[in-house]
Design a protein around this ligand. Structure first.
Ligand SMILES: [Zn+2]
Length: 458
């Protein structure tokens, strides 16, 4: 039997430079943190003054050329990928996967052997030149993760040996479930909290993947935020954002403060953990879908129930105009992440359809925010903060509609082994059904896409 544990992780300049980049981003966050602490101390002192009209000093303002809480990228990092992608692959990924219309042409000019990319939308003359690979044989993406084909051989019993997988249970749950809008309750039933359901599912998946040989990390292991900061820290950023929208009322400011805490800041913090601490080959972002339920204490129920799986892509014209989002998209294109992400996504979408028996969700034709990935139902590309920032293939799962009556009732039964009768049908616990679909997909994927040694008794 081969020793797969001695397999060396892909090294390298890429990880080191990405690491430096992220440390720089972290340093920036810490500086902002210090600033936040200072300004909250200032305003405490201010509140002891009698003059209530004193306005605390505001930051320089909301930078509309960056995504919320985004950092200005260091474009020289792209030097790693000089002459590593062909013009054909670059254009294929850019136009078929990552953008929804032609507005990318405002920022990227493609010539015979190079592209000129605008690096700062505020300045016309700031650009980066990327040279294409001369031929397919020259092309080889630098990656800080391993595709299945790059891994040392696995075995039939341990087809995931040496595969590093991070599981990201979506949202937070616990005392934060109401703030993050992922909570509802019907009568005296146990409340539905997405952040707790995703964690329960993640723990099951972790156990099952370890049994197949994978090294598995949970991005969070409890119903608490990974983000150490709280809404008050984001006060200045929320004021600046509200001001940029011309809606400087207290309600809007507080909405942004909360959102920057539980969503934007939380996901950016998880990205630091994923990219710096785990550096995985694959991330699974676990979610349960829902349709609008309006009043969480008297929720609207729906007869709809479905699944879908998201890959990264489909940047809108507003998103590609952000310098950091354009940069992050280019890193994905240059690492050719989609070419690994897509086949894994196909296995996962297929297994979810098979295991749950649910129909695939369809985005409406007017939706410019999603691109259909052909060949398998329920597989789409969308630009989400998590699947853009996590620097490896990311599979983002959205099975089940939580405010569907059947799903609600299955959640009430909790986690159990075997099956129980519900509405006249024998069903596994919803958590096991979800986990089994994911584990089946990954097992089949790695069996088919890496070298598998036969075991000794074959
Ligand atoms: Zn979710």
């Amino acid at each position: 039997m081969p020793d797969t544990s001695s397999h060396r992780r892909k090294p390298s300049t890429v990880s080191i430079i990405l690491l430096l980049l992220l440390i720089a981003a972290g340093a920036y966050i810490m500086i902002q943190h210090e600033k936040g602490r200072r300004s909250s101390a200032d305003s405490r002192e201010g509140s002891e003054q009698t003059d209530a009209t004193v306005t605390p000093a505001l930051p320089s303002g909301h930078d509309t050329t960056l995504a919320d809480l985004g950092n200005r990228p260091d474009w020289s990092t792209l030097d790693l990928w000089q002459e590593t992608i062909t013009r054909e692959d670059f254009l294929r990924l850019l136009t078929e996967v990552y953008t929804v219309d032609d507005t990318w042409k405002r920022y990227i000019e493609v010539y015979a052997d190079h592209a000129i990319i605008r690096t700062d939308t505020r300045k016309q003359d700031m650009s980066y030149r990327l040279n294409f690979a001369h031929s397919l044989s020259d092309a080889s993406p630098h990656r800080n993760w391993n595709a299945a084909g790059d891994l040392a051989p696995g075995t039939k019993e341990k087809p995931l040996a040496g595969v590093h997988i991070a599981i990201d249970p979506g949202h937070i749950g616990g005392e934060f479930a109401k703030t993050e809008g992922r909570w509802f309750q019907i009568g005296d039933n146990a409340p539905i909290k997405e952040g707790e359901m995703t964690l329960a599912t993640g723990k099951l998946i972790k156990k099952k993947l370890i049994a197949l040989g994978a090294k598995v990390y949970l991005v969070r292991g409890s119903n608490k935020p990974v983000n150490p900061r709280r809404p008050a820290f984001y006060r200045d950023a929320a004021v600046a954002k509200s001001r940029s929208l011309g809606k400087l009322d207290e309600e809007t400011i507080q909405q942004f403060q909360n959102k920057f805490f539980y969503r934007t800041g939380e996901i950016r913090e998880r990205a630091r953990r994923v990219n710096l601490a785990f550096s995985p080959d694959l991330v699974l972002c676990l979610h349960y879908n829902a349709e609008a339920w309006d009043d969480p204490t008297n929720p609207t129920l729906t007869s709809n129930n479905h699944y879908h799986v998201l890959l990264h892509g489909a940047l809108t014209r507003e998103e590609i105009a952000h310098d950091d989002e354009r940069f992050e998209m280019l890193v994905k294109i240059l690492q050719q992440t989609h070419d690994e992400e897509k086949p894994i996504g196909m296995y996962v979408a297929h297994a979810l359809g098979l295991t749950t028996g649910l129909p695939a969700y369809e985005y409406t034709s007017e939706s410019t925010r999603a691109i259909r990935i052909p060949d398998v139902p329920g597989l789409w590309a969308r630009n989400l903060l998590a699947n853009r920032l996590y620097q490896c293939p990311v599979i983002f799962l959205e099975p089940y509609v939580m405010n569907n009556q059947d799903v609600h009732d299955r959640v009430q039964l909790g986690i159990y082994e075997g099956t129980k009768t519900i509405h006249g049908a024998e069903k596994k616990s919803i958590y096991h059904e979800y986990a089994d679909a994911v584990v089946l997909a990954l097992k089949e994927y790695y069996l088919a896409h890496r070298i598998i040694y036969q075991s000794e008794d074959d």
